[in-house]
Design a protein around this ligand. Sequence first.
Ligand code: TRP
Length: 460
Amino acid sequence: MSKEIRENFGSKIGAVLAAAGSAVGLGNIWRFPIETGQNGGAAFIIVYILCVAILGLPIMISEFIIGRHTHTNTAGAYRKLAPGTQWKWVGRLGVLSGFIILSYYSVVAGWTAEYTKLSIYNSFDGKTATDFPAIFTNFVSNPWKPLIWMLLFMIVTHIIVIRGVKGGIEKFSKIMMPALFIIMMVLAICSISLPGASQGLEFLLKPDFSKINGSTILSAMGQAFFSLSLGLGCLCTYASYFRSDTNIGKTALNVSIIDTFVAIMSGFIIFPAVFNAGYTLNSNDIGPSLLFITLPNVFQQAFGNIPLLSYIVSILFYLLLVVAALTSTISMHEVVTAYLSEEFNLSRHKAALMVTAACSTIGIFCSLSFGPLNGIQLFGMSIFDLFDYISSNIFLPVGGMFIAIFTGWYLDKQIVKNEISNNGTLRIHYLKLVIFVLRYIAPIAIAIILLNQLGIFKFF
Ligand code: TRP
């Protein structure tokens, strides 16, 4: 154990906003619209919401229980609750996933910073649809620029993390999360009031169930885990800083609602504008480059006759992405920093420095996989895509499955009850339901979806 005194979040709202800050990120604004676009719109959203409600919420409650009960990092938590067993590997797998996701996530986070800069310099002014692919490709394939932004992003994350839980993470989230909501509202109103927006709204609201298949369901589940920050002990680590009067069930519900709301809201910002600009849903428009090729052009076209508006909208949008990404990178950094500092008895500063240095190094390879290293393919994917696929479609669901089994089967039910009810001071009606889902529904559903999609066993 580290000698430093362990901090807590100062307030309940601070705890909710920090956890929501972790959850709301590029997953909501970058990954969710792409997944929705590629998987058929409204029908995907329905499957996604089911995954959040049936799997996400109970597993989030589980992470909160484990974290708050043990008041320690995610690997330490399993060591404390299940000493001498192999459960510690669930925590360790989490730390490893956090480390991998942080490395590639900061690359895209760096892109959002470059695009904020370009927006502020008004560099998109007068450009047309054919210019944007070149702007993006030139930028990501440049050996230096994306690296510098990625490193800068890591350094800012580092600075906030070393300022601690209350003075760094909580304070930052309390200012940034409300700012993020306001920006989103403004952008959604702008987008929905565009001519032709109805086509985008229809895409988001009118389900076509024929689009649903095994891979849609795996994507929806992977997306739910990724977006809610589940499966790697991130929220478990944050819950270790919860105070004893924080209501675990309510906090989990609030975080899930905020996260889902932001994801759907970003759909309402992006799709009406995309349809307004005359794009179709082919894979070039709705790929990973959606936010960096399609959207800058959308902002130009949609508000082009009022240049000031298109200037402001694009600055706000990219700023929103930077803020959302930062509250998430902080949370992943914290998982690994807390682990190193508490398990290896290092100071927070030293632990954080090791995380920053190591993630930056791996981040360099992820970043270069769009440029000088783009010929390197592993299992048919670039380094970046491989990290994304393995971590969100495999590690997170596997982690989530073991977290569910741990709380549902292994953990003393008295601990579960005491944590959810704050030692009997809260009336709770959902305990049995949560335990039932954690024991049977979540592990079985996750296993079926994973085995099916990895082709190990075909159920559907
Ligand atoms: N949830 C964040 C997003 O939507 C990313 C993230 C932060 C994350 N912490 C995590 C994903 C832990 C998985 C696990 O962008």
